[in-house]
Design a protein around this ligand. Structure first.
Ligand code: FAD
Length: 529
């Protein structure tokens, strides 16, 4: 049954804007439009709001699904901080993770990513004497790629004609970085394979190893965290709580367990949506933040004239890899267990990232190419007020969708013994990595629950359990369809697929979408101008 976050929602006959999905891109667009005086209806299929920023609870524990750290919110004048402040009315606060935000393990060697680009550079140079020039050249390339991206992304909010006239050269500058793989750029700077492996120590943040990822994607993630990592105080659920108030104040509502089936279109103009349960809601504009495959393949009715062209426009992009996350609850406080705040990235020492991924995708019994351990309860200073004497840890690895396809038709929590056995084996392997890494956790694990690609498919409606929407390969950035406007009038897109994955980037997508809808001035408002 469709529900509201409130007990008695007051639904309008017609809305200014309906937004499909309640991911952070959708919520950003909803909050920005609400602040422009619009009544917005957000429709979320899951039983809880927030998309990947949602939390879930079991047995006295709470886990954040898709937020482990956010960059750039510690600098008061950054776009990121200003945007968060604007859309939450300044109600969301951040905890600094401290000097080390990421700790990279390659075999037995350890490399720290430390806060501040100068400190970070010095630390890398201390690990790799003789590579000083290469490290400087790397930093230079990262900043240049980010600079070149600004006009490229801003141009997505402009009408096609204006974009073509104004941005030809700017876009070419951007493609000079986005068309190359991360490995191509790094290999042109150094032939030290260990340095390349360490510089790509965050590749799990965008899901593709260096020979497959676009260098721009690598560069934007690296730069995002140079000023350190931050975690929302009170946990990720604070994001929806704060934004819901902004939406509600303008007369809007977020509905949950509210699955959109398809658009209602009249004369090639989107006028409303039809729900899976049959109801219809009407609005002047419809935005989809539910991923581009859903937005084109599922929501555009089969008999609509541009459906085939919209679906074909996705033929050159692939869904991103899927993942598994072991959500661990422990019977002791973060202080008792001496849990670190820094994320741990654990890699095999015997081969480069691409080789490790390839051999594992071929056979998931091979060593994990990457294990990421995050300690959210240690990052959140409010955790022990809410959950005294307890801790949580998230352990993530890549899991290809293929081995799980066999259970596609089965039901969540009831997929059969073979599936449970496969998960038990993976759980055990991941726990062994944790015990080796943080021995104090042994004997303290009270709850361990593994999500699989089918879990992501079930809850988030990503067909192949995609971790990050579309792949961040070089060809992704050439796809014209990945922008707010569509060929259907008043039907817009938002969220990670039109920019890149990452909370900050999906929020920026929300800003672009609202700008493309004729509210270009919101950017100045956000920046306090
Ligand atoms: C495990 C994991 C860890 C991550 N860690 C970080 C991190 O530490 N830092 C960071 O910055 N980023 C992180 N990310 C990435 C980040 O969370 C995402 O890129 C971002 O949240 C995506 O936001 P979005 O707006 O695109 O929407 P999504 O979060 O993808 O939400 C889309 C929503 O649409 C809904 N929907 C789908 N179909 C329908 C329908 N028919 N009707 C109604 N609703 C529908 C879905 O249920 C979903 O709620 C992580 C992601 C994952 C998966």
């Amino acid at each position: 049954m469709i529900q509201s976050l409130k007990k008695k929602p007051t639904l309008q006959e017609k809305y200014d804007t309906i937004i499909i999905g309640s991911g952070i891109g959708s919520l950003t667009a909803a909050a920005l439009l609400s602040k422009e005086g619009q009544k917005v209806l957000v429709l979320e299929r899951h039983y809880t709001a927030g998309g990947f920023t949602h939390v879930f609870k079991r047995k006295g524990y709470e886990w954040d699904v898709g937020i482990h750290y956010i960059g750039d919110v510690g600098r008061p004048h950054s776009v990121m901080k200003k945007l968060f402040d604007y859309i939450t009315d300044g109600k969301l606060h951040w905890a600094d993770m401290g000097e080390v935000y990421d700790r990279i393990f390659v075999g037995d060697q350890v490399f720290d990513y430390v806060k501040g680009v100068g400190n970070w550079t010095d630390r890398m140079k201390s690990y790799f004497p003789g590579e000083e020039k290469a490290i400087d050249a790397y930093i230079d390339a990262v900043f240049r790629a980010n600079k070149a991206s600004r006009r490229f992304f801003m141009s997505k909010a402009m009408p096609k004609m204006v974009n073509t006239l104004l941005n030809g050269v700017a876009n070419r500058n951007f493609y000079a970085y986005s068309d190359k793989t991360t490995y191509e750029v790094l290999r042109s700077i150094t032939d030290n394979e260990l340095l390349i492996k360490v510089l790509c120590g965050q590749y799990g943040d965008y899901g593709l190893p260096p020979k497959k990822s676009s260098f721009y994607m690598h560069a934007t993630v690296a730069k995002h965290y140079f000023a350190g990592g931050y975690f929302p105080i009170g946990g990720s659920s604070r994001i929806v709580e704060c934004m819901d108030k902004v939406i509600e104040q303008a007369g809007g509502t977020i509905l949950i367990s509210a699955e959109v089936k398809q658009l209602l279109i009249h004369n090639n103009k989107a006028i409303g949506v039809e729900m899976a349960q049959g109801q219809q809601y009407m609005a002047d504009n419809i935005i989809s933040g539910a991923g581009i495959y859903n937005s084109f393949q599922k929501f555009v009715p089969d008999n609509h004239k541009s459906k085939e062209q919209l679906v074909n426009s996705l033929s050159k992009v692939n869904p991103s890899v899927a993942h598994g996350c072991l959500y661990v609850g422990l019977d002791a406080s973060p202080q008792e267990l001496n849990l670190p705040k820094a994320n741990h990235w654990i890699y095999p020492g015997d081969a480069d990232h691409d080789t490790c991924v390839d051999r594992y995708i071929e056979n998931i019994e091979e060593e994990f190419p990457l294990v990421y351990i995050s300690f959210p309860s240690a990052k959140d200073p409010d955790w022990s007020n809410r959950y005294p004497g307890k801790s949580t840890i998230d352990i993530i690895t890549l899991l290809p969708y293929g081995p799980f396809r066999a259970w596609e038709g089965s039901r969540w929590m009831n997929r059969g013994d073979d599936y449970d056995r496969l998960k038990e084996k993976l759980t055990d392997r991941l726990l062994q990595v944790l015990y080796k890494q943080v021995p104090s956790t042994k004997g303290k694990v009270d709850h361990a629950e593994l999500s699989s690609p089918l879990t992501t498919r079930h809850f988030m409606n990503y067909e192949h359990g995609e971790l990050y929407g579309l792949d961040h390969s070089p060809s992704r950035f050439r796809q014209k369809a990945l922008q707010p406007r569509t060929s259907i009038k008043n039907y817009y897109l938002t969220g990670q697929d039109i920019t890149t994955c990452g909370v900050g980037s999906a929020m920026f997508a929300g800003l672009l979408t609202v700008s493309a809808m004729g509210h270009g001035h919101v950017f100045q408002k956000v920046m306090g101008g």
